[in-house]
Each structure stands twice: as C-alpha cells, then as structure tokens.
Design a protein around this ligand. Sequence first.
Ligand code: B12
Ligand code: SF4
Length: 563
Amino acid sequence: MMELNAVAQPPSTAAPRPPTGVVYTRDRLPASEWIKLGSLVKVPAREKPLTVEEILAFLSDRPRFRRILFIAPRPHGYDVPPAPTPSFGYLGEAISGHGFEWRLLDLRLGGGLNEVRAAIREFRPDVIGYTFQFTIGAKRCMEFLHQIRRATDLPIVIGGAHLTIRGHNILEEAPKVLAAVQKEGEYPLLAILKGVPLERIPNLWIRQGNLVIETPLLGYVGELDSLPWPRYPGYDLERFAHVGQVDVLTSRGCPFLCTFCSVALTQGRRFRTRTPENVVQELRYWYDRGIRLFNFIDDILTVNKSRFHEVLDRIRRERFEGVTFSCTQGMRADACDLEMLEKMKDVGFEFLGFGVESGSERMLRTIKKGETLDEIDAAISNACKVGFEVGLFFIIGMPNETAEDVEKSFAFAFRHPVMYARFHACVPYPGTELAAWVDANSTWYVRPEVYLNDFSYHDGQIVFDCKGMSLSEHRRYLRRAYAVDAEVRRLYAVERMVRNGTPRIIASPASRVFYNPLYFNKLRRFVATNKLGASIKNVVSRVFNLQTRAHTGMAAITFNSGK
Ligand code: B12
Ligand code: SF4
C-alpha cells in the first residue's frame, strides 16, 4: 500500500520546482480554467506504461483490490437518469470478467451519505470508484466526495468526462484520491485493481505530495467489440425515469468540429463502432429479459450509413416483437436520408432528437456544425413525414449571434410538426473552442468557476457576452424561447389528441391550459423533479390520449435529453 501513503500526504504550501514538465501558476491560467491549480506541479511519468496486452496478462499474488463500489453522485436537483448509465456498466463488465466484484450506488436515484455508509457496510469494498461525468454540478460532486472521504478511509479512484477535461484541477481539490483516470477507463481501472504499479498504468493522474504525475495516454479502444457491453447486474430498472428502458451505445468518438462540444476531448476524433452483430446480441440479451424500450445514446448514431443499415437489417431479422427504439442524442441531419428513416421506422424507432443548434446558416458556420440548413430542414421534414416523434435542440447566444439569427431559430422551430424545441443558453465547456473564443474575444458575465458549479442547466443563465446582442435583449430572447417551446409542444399535443380521438373543440382549449407560457416552465420542472408531478402528468396524458409508444412512462425525456 505504498501508493496510498504517498498520495495521502497533505499538500505543502511551497511547491518544489520539478526537474521536467510544465509548471502551472495561477497567473498563466486562462479564465476558462474553472478551478485554479494552486500549488500543484504536473510532471510526466518516468516509466513506460503497460500495453493493454500487458495489463491483461499482469499477474500478481495479491491484487491491489478485489471489490469496488462505484458511486454516481447527484450533481444537481433534476437528474433522475432515464436509464442506467453505460459508463459504470462498461467499467463493471470490464473488470468482472477478471474476477473483480463491483456494485453501483446510483445516488441520482436518491440517497446520500447514509446510503454510502450502508453500501460500504454491506458490500465491504476495498476501493471506491467515483465519477465526475458532468462539468455542471461538479462542485457539488466534489463536496460530496469530501464527505465520503471523511466517512471512510477507503481509497478512491475517480474518472469521467469532466475529470478528463479538468483532472489535474480536481486532484488539487481532492488530495486524497488514489488516482484520477482520464478518457476511457476500462483498462486503466483493471490495471489499478490488478496491482500494476500506478506509474506504469496509462491514462492516470496520480498525486505524490505536490507533484501530479501524468502517465502517458493509452490510445482509444479500437475494437469496441472487445469490451463486454453492460448487463447491469443487480440494478432495479424500474427505478429509472424511463421505466424499463435500456440505453445502448454502439459507437464512440466524433470527427466533427462543433466548437461548443467536448465529445472529442473525451472520446477522441475517430468514429469507432461496434459491429452490428455485437449490437444485436446486446438487444437480444435484454429482449429475452423483457426489455422493450431501447434508447440509442450514440452521439452520431447513423453517421456511417452502411454500418447502420446493417444494424437495422439485423434488427429486422431478429423479429423483436413490440419493441420501441429511440435516439435522443445523436441524429445528425446530414447522416440520415429518407431510405434510412423509413427503415428505422419500420423496425420500431419512434423518437428522434436532432441537434439543430440554429435556424441561421451564418450561425451554423460560426459553430462549425458542418451541416447546411437545407440538410437539416430536409432531414426533419422527412422524419416528420415518416411519422417520427421529433425533438429539436437549439442553442441561443453563440458567438456573434444577433437578434435576427435567434428569430430565424424561432421560425425554424415551427417549420415542422415536431414534438418539442428545446432552447439552451450557450454554455462554454472547458477545453472547447467556444471557451477559448470567450477568453480571447469576449467577457464573462459569470465566471466559469461559478456558472459551471452553481447553476442548474435548466435555468438558461447567460454566462458570456455573445457580442451580437445586448444582455437585456439576450435575456428577452431566452425568455421568449420558453414560450416558443411551449407553443411548439401545444400545437403538437393538439394534433396528437385529435389523432387519438379527442375532439378538437376540447383539445385546443385543454392544450392552452397545460402549455401556457406563463407557467409552462414551472410546470415542467414540477413534473421533472417531483414524483407527484410525474404521476399527475401520466394521468393527464392518459385522459387526453397524449401518450405514445416511445413516451409511455417517460416523464423526464424532454428535460434530460440533448448534448
Ligand atoms: C448518454 C448521455 C447523457 C444521458 C445520460 C443517460 C444515462 N443513462 O445516464 C442524459 C441524456 C441524461 C445526458 C444529459 C446531459 N448531458 Co450528457 N451525455 C451522454 C453521452 C452521449 C454518453 C455518455 C456515455 O454513456 N458515454 C459512454 C461511456 C462509456 O463513456 P463515459 O461516460 O465517458 O465513461 C467512460 C470514462 O469517462 C470513464 N469513467 C467515467 N466514470 C468513471 C469513474 C471511474 C472510477 C473510472 C475509473 C472511469 C470512469 O470510463 C468510462 C468507460 O470508458 C455523453 C457523450 C459521450 N459520448 O460520452 C454526453 C455528455 C456526458 N453529456 C454532456 C452534457 C453537457 C449533458 C447535459 C449537461 C446536457 C444538457 N445541457 O442538458 C445533461 C446533464 C444531465 C445531468 N445529469 O445533469 C457532456 C458533458 C461534458 C461536460 N464537460 O460536462 C457530454 C460529454 C457530451 C458533450 N457534448 O460534451 N447525457
Ligand atoms: S455536437 Fe455532435 S456532431 Fe458536433 S462534435 Fe459534438 S458529437 Fe460531434
């Protein structure tokens, strides 16, 4: 346990100068560095890391750990997850094949420190795995990590998308963690458990006194089929927001360059895929266990068209009866033609989410979306014609966005009979081109260290001067965006009620009660955050025939979707 002692040392106030590596000082940090590095000094590891093969073959008489308790913290108030999180599903499967035991305590379903204590008592882990998946709410997650730290002496390993982007900063705040794993965690975690010397494990930041040792990065896992897909042992699927849904991830990485997006920072630029056969095996596994609701959570699901056609062909051949598929995250308009959409509908897809971002061609170019408005328009039009429920995601307040651009987005939201049009305030995530743009060209209204921690992503807080609108104008547009969304939903609800048999004369006034912009947003929050609210919504949906196959029991879908 040498490493444990080494990392548990309290930070000294005077940082020694390292012989090699980069010295970070407060002064040199750009504004987008949301937690200052303070006294830590980052140095590269001196030893060569083990390869995947060596990690797999590594044998020791006594592994470092045998049982790991994963803890998913609750970053803020709104996030009962739709379904089990694949991150831990993948990590767990990767280690259980090698004889290690794991359990997940998902605090987003409820619970706090008492549940952590109880899980430790019951499961008796010898290490804790903790995730920093989202930048938003990371401060709350950090505070909870400190509480865990005070409640137990167990060593802690941390990982996740946010950790990957800000890992060394997090180590500054959490001196007692054993190791921070950046990027994909499957093999590094396995190596940690097996007892490989920490300096020889790829993808790690480890802390030794005032030094942060950074080990070299392992390339991304090329053959995704080599990673066993999640089976979620012991999970109660009924406790998630979309009851009985399983989220399926068939690919990782994205080659596109959208300036606001952090996917490439954590998953790499190469689009890596599982084979269609492997994907269908996962679906079959869950189908045989009664699951009928699958949500594909890939970022760009259909981008390799021939692969996705093959996935669809295989799904069709499997003859899954009564199954509904959705894709809430990842439809790129330029990657789905009419033929593909028809095939998707034919095998049981019901809901598709499109990241439109803007109804202004100029803005699409500014954020390097790599799509034209015509392409987006055609894809959404086709999706609606084919009979999909469609959700659109827009961003307001991108660099140099003007009132005219926002008006174009509002108009675009009404162009097709879509189910909803969510407008998000533009939030620069650390490490993205967008954050660099604000640093170089604009002013922060709210410092990243504040907004990324303290606000809720539903609040639509404006955090930087977009330069195309005054602050008051910008605020006005964000407020109007809620009304636009409410009206889009209202129009859709009326048509659905009528289609399902409610006379228009009832449907229309009823819709004005539920989708009234004056209180629509408050109502939505009530439904998303409160069990009573969700139950009322379900009853109302049933009475007015508002339910659809893809949305049965999905109280929270419109709150949680979107990148
Ligand atoms: C699915 C998804 C969701 C789902 C979650 C569904 C679920 N069942 O839990 C939903 C729809 C709820 C969601 C919501 C949001 N999301 Co989201 N989401 C994703 C998505 C597409 C996939 C996540 C995933 O499963 N990845 C696959 C797994 C295998 O990768 P992973 O999670 O990174 O985990 C690996 C490593 O990080 C590491 N690891 C993770 N944890 C740990 C812990 C330990 C101990 C170790 C060793 C390793 C480790 O190992 C894992 C295996 O390799 C990612 C994008 C992406 N491609 O990752 C965005 C992503 C995570 N989301 C993002 C964002 C911003 C959001 C929202 C804030 C969007 C919004 N404006 O509303 C909300 C926040 C919700 C909340 N809870 O507060 C960002 C986060 C960026 C950031 N710096 O914060 C991402 C990266 C997308 C992006 N555009 O940048 N999201
Ligand atoms: S927003 Fe989507 S398409 Fe754009 S870079 Fe991110 S994952 Fe890729």
